[in-house]
Write a protein that binds this ligand. Sequence first.
Ligand SMILES: Nc1ncnc2c1ncn2[C@@H]1O[C@H](COP(=O)(O)OP(=O)(O)O)[C@@H](O)[C@H]1O
Ligand SMILES: [Mg+2]
Length: 201
Amino acid sequence: MAMKLMAKGSEAEVYRTSAFGIDAILKDRKPKAYRIKELDESIRSARTRSEAKITYIADSAGVRVPNVLFAKRYQLFITYIDGSQMSTMMQQGKRISKGMLVQVGKYLGMLHNAGISHGDFTPANILIDSKGEPWIIDFGLSSISDSIEEKALDLLLMKRSIDSASYAYFIEGYSSKARACKIVLMRLSGIEKRGRYNERS
Ligand SMILES: Nc1ncnc2c1ncn2[C@@H]1O[C@H](COP(=O)(O)OP(=O)(O)O)[C@@H](O)[C@H]1O
Ligand SMILES: [Mg+2]
């Protein structure tokens, strides 16, 4: 099986490969030498299972995400999405349309309605395909919880990653879907007033 390394994050190595003749991505969680072996293995397998499960729940909730093909203990195989990271497009000065931003906001609202906090909701984890459709990826830090704080933190990350006009479109989409949007937005302004979670946190 030919594999091409696409990204090497702090947590996983990401390869482009194929599985069952399908263009695929392999997320391989490598051992961390600084952790006790038993603990390391249980963390890596728990995160692999959690990412598979939450990606699947997101899909069921109607959010455009890759399909989970199969999982091994520390490896997750998902379908390859032919698109560009929204962060890369921004760096290249490509236009991020109102429609894309509204749709991304809707997807976050749908995730929150399904009880999912993404945990790393940034333009690096949004892929835009050739039709301009956004896909949400990287559920490695996601959790299933009703925490208003975690939902507000998803918004805060986006707010800090895009300009204010783009953020307004994003919030337009989010508010049209998220059932708890008022309370989440209130919590967000509370967080900002308290000055918690500074730029580096
Ligand atoms: N299903 C996918 N299709 C295409 N590219 C992907 C896919 N999943 C991940 N990638 C690429 O690999 C990068 C790293 O994957 P990601 O799941 O974000 O892991 P992490 O950020 O934890 O290293 C992504 O930013 C994206 O560029
Ligand atoms: Mg990522």
